[in-house]
Design a protein around this ligand. Structure first.
Ligand SMILES: Cc1ncc(COP(=O)(O)O)c(C=O)c1O
Length: 346
């Protein structure tokens, strides 16, 4: 009998490129992108800028490099960037922004779906005083990874931007999963990005491309980000090889994210029925399901032994992410495994 396949819910970064992406890679027209001569990269960058409603774009190697180059472009050494206390850039980017940019990260609280507390934001922005660092930028994250894939509405994004503008501060969006936010809300991506000066989005998560993120903003900002990319070693030569599947991702993989969101809701509703697991399914707005379970490490191990991989934010806080390649039947099997895993714990 065939062994059941592994269901990998650790992240949407595990997605494999589609056959059309592999073909596009094989056929991509290439040049030296550091000289600005790769036509496929240029096409992707134009397409990305247009989708985000911005003047220009630059392809970078990863979401981490997208945030780093954006903050290097917005800030000088000793400047301060305000981030949510649950932000990806704060928790999972190896401290690169302070280490490499001499940029101080200062936090304000994120609420349960990733919104910043506006009063705290206002209070955190520095006044002009020789003792203080300069507050240069406020960072948002939409959807919000550590906040259960929470989605910020256009109104929430506008509210943050209003506070920032009043103090002459830029707004950067970590939009690693901005298309998930747009699909979840049923609004165009530009309804979300119009409020920010810069946005970095990932091709390699739910959109299933193998590598890459794109940073978008004004032409002047993108020129600075491009220079920062070179500085951190991210100038890539025949990068059309990775831009080509990125183009396929933008053309073919956005609308299907709705399916991942349905699967996440199904998973969350099923988990909510199980005694011993704490989850509010109403908080699951996109493709990320966060569940609290006592002795999470043991639960995660039992799930793995049963063929379902999940990740952890902490010992009792687990994350499951739906994505391309995970079917409704997989979710049903994952739920059955969770039932067994929690049953063994009881
Ligand atoms: C919200 C968010 N921003 C940025 C990143 C970084 O992306 P990468 O892993 O490509 O560096 C991630 C990755 O999971 C993420 O979830």
């Amino acid at each position: 009998m065939n062994e059941p396949h592994i269901i990998d819910l650790r992240s949407d970064t595990v997605t494999q490129p589609t056959p059309a992406m592999r073909q596009a890679m094989a056929e991509a027209e290439l040049g030296d992108d550091v000289y600005g001569e790769d036509p496929t990269v240029r096409r992707l960058e134009e397409m990305a800028a247009e989708r985000m409603g911005k003047e220009a774009a630059v392809l970078v190697a990863s979401g981490t490099m997208g945030n780093l180059t954006s903050l290097l472009a917005h800030c000088g050494r000793g400047d301060e960037a305000i981030v949510g206390d649950e932000a990806h850039v704060l928790h999972y980017e190896a401290g690169g922004v302070p280490a490499l940019g001499a940029i101080q990260l200062r936090t304000v609280p994120n609420d349960s779906h990733g919104m910043l507390d506006l009063d705290a934001l206002e209070a955190t922005i520095r006044g002009k005083n020789v003792h203080f660092p300069r507050t240069a930028v406020v960072c948002l994250e939409n959807t919000h990874n550590r906040c259960s894939g929470g989605v910020l509405s256009p109104e929430e994004m506008a509210a943050v931007a209003r506070v920032a503008r009043a103090h002459d501060i830029a707004v950067h969006l970590d939009g690693a999963r901005i298309f998930n936010a747009s699909i979840a809300l049923g609004v165009p991506v530009t309804a979300l990005t119009e409020h920010v000066d810069s946005v970095s989005f990932c091709l390699s998560k739910g959109l299933s491309a193998p590598v890459g993120s794109v940073v978008c903003g004004t032409a002047e900002f993108v020129a600075k980000a491009r220079r920062a990319r070179k500085m951190v070693g991210g100038g890539m030569r025949q990068a059309g090889i990775i831009a080509a599947p990125g183009i396929v991702a933008l053309e073919t993989m956005v609308e299907r994210l709705a399916e991942d969101h349905e699967h996440a809701a199904l998973l969350a509703n099923g988990l909510a029925q199980m005694p011993g697991l704490r989850i509010d399914p109403a908080r699951v707005q996109s493709n990320i399901v966060v569940v609290e379970v006592r002795e999470g490490v043991a639960f995660q191990k039992r799930m793995r032994e049963d063929g379902v991989l999940i990740s952890a934010f902490g010992p009792d806080r687990l994350r499951m992410v739906t994505h391309y390649g995970v079917t409704r039947a997989d979710i049903e099997r994952a739920l059955a495994c969770a039932g067994r895993a929690i049953g063994q714990a009881a």
